[in-house]
Write a protein that binds this ligand. Structure first.
Ligand SMILES: NC(=O)c1ccc[n+]([C@@H]2O[C@H](COP(=O)([O-])OP(=O)(O)OC[C@H]3O[C@@H](n4cnc5c(N)ncnc54)[C@H](O)[C@@H]3O)[C@@H](O)[C@H]2O)c1
Length: 350
């Protein structure tokens, strides 16, 4: 079997994390790259020995020799590129968020259904050994019925100061869209994807516009910053379960850089990520039983593993490792936070 030929669109920061995965894949190889920044493109091409380079994404999308388009551009370009690639008959791996609005994700899903090609959102946290071990344990029924979750990803003055993140026209939103999408995807996946029905949330920028506001990753917060820096939400699911979510790029929170945690509470037990601890109580002995999953060190970095598993799923005819329908649920909640902030009350989701 010949290997699947990959073209990457947007060869900036995250594309570099995909390269080891494509290099390690027995089913796929990168043969082309595209970036609107020609200097970035040339440097990347030279470093990875890729000579088929283009500054216009449509050149890659129309290239008959390519089987897979790997989209690594800022968020607001994901939907038009993904739809064009699917319409051209390519399999699509797309960085998170699949798109920053539910309307765009629905349009991508429609294009996928028409093309019959594989579509996956690059939610790399699902490919961590710790997350997979938790998922396997939870799927045995260890927690019973999960009725509540708490998850957060809170940073202290750690803002990615690049237009693709802090300007709404390129990003679609702030930490909700950037890191909320990570912890929320992981939470819903571990909960078994109950359907969200209502959100009460806030999304605010209280610190970013203060005089002298800074990011530890690159100096002052520029005036172009027009997204939220903090969001919190209470989410209700169709099955009665609830979730409290908090995300921030800058908060006076007791952490050096980032505090990421996820707690699930069920009728039989609770658990915590990333420690992978499970908690239960025995009503007969009146004792608590705590245990920690035994983990083996990840041998493949999760961003790389997601590329490897994507190509493998195509070859094996398996379902998408991260289906777009699940990304749609994630975005429905995040969109609900923005709508709730505007309305000043709980909002119902479609
Ligand atoms: N999974 C993760 O851990 C993770 C981490 C960082 C970023 N991301 C995601 O990856 C994407 C890119 O982020 P990044 O940090 O690599 O940004 P980046 O700015 O480092 O790289 C993006 C590149 O895309 C190029 N680009 C912009 N528009 C383009 C277009 N229309 N066609 C071709 N090239 C274009 C830019 O010139 C730039 O080189 C975002 O969607 C972001 O959310 C994911």
């Amino acid at each position: 079997m010949s290997t699947l030929k990959v073209g990457i669109i947007g060869v900036g920061g995250i594309a570099r994390f995909h390269m080891p995965g494509w290099e390690a894949s027995e089913y796929a190889e990168v043969v082309a790259g595209c970036d609107v920044d020609e200097a970035v493109l040339r440097k990347w091409g030279k470093e990875f020995g890729i000579t088929r380079l283009a500054t216009d994404a449509m050149e890659l999308i129309r290239d008959r020799e390519l089987d897979i388009i790997d989209i690594c551009t800022p968020n607001t370009y994901h939907a038009p590129l993904a739809i064009a690639a699917l319409e051209a008959g390519k399999h699509v791996l797309c960085e998170k968020p699949l798109a920053p609005t539910t309307d765009e994700i629905r349009a991508i899903i429609a294009a996928r259904d028409k093309s019959g090609k594989m579509l996956m959102t690059a939610q790399h946290h699902r490919f961590r050994g710790s997350a997979r071990a938790m998922k396997a344990e939870i799927d045995t029924g260890a927690l019973g019925e999960i009725y509540h979750a708490r998850s957060w990803m809170l940073r202290r003055a750690a803002v990615p100061i690049r237009p693709g993140f802090i300007m709404k026209q390129h990003s679609g939103g702030g930490p909700c869209i950037d890191i909320g999408v990570h912890i929320l995807d992981l939470t819903l996946w571990l909960m078994g994807h109950p359907r969200p029905v209502a959100v009460s949330g806030v999304a605010r920028a209280e610190l970013a516009h203060q005089e002298g506001a800074f990011s530890i990753w690159g100096g002052p917060i520029p005036p172009e910053f027009d997204v939220e820096e903090f969001a919190a939400a209470f989410v209700r699911f169709e099955n009665g379960a609830t979730l409290i979510l908090e995300v921030s790029w800058m908060l006076h929170h007791g952490t050096e850089v980032e505090d990421t945690q996820l707690w699930l509470y069920g009728t039989k037990g609770g658990c915590h990520w990333p420690t992978c601890e499970f908690y239960a109580s025995n009503n007969v002995t009146k004792q608590h039983y705590d245990r920690k999953l035994k983990l083996v060190q990840d041998t493949v970095e999760p961003h790389a593993l997601e590329c490897i598993e994507f190509a493998k799923a195509i070859v094996e005819g398996a379902p998408s490792p991260v289906p777009a329908e699940q990304s749609l649920q994630v975005m429905a909640i995040l969109e609900g936070i923005y709508r709730s902030q505007q309305a000043g009350r709980e909002v119902w989701l479609e």
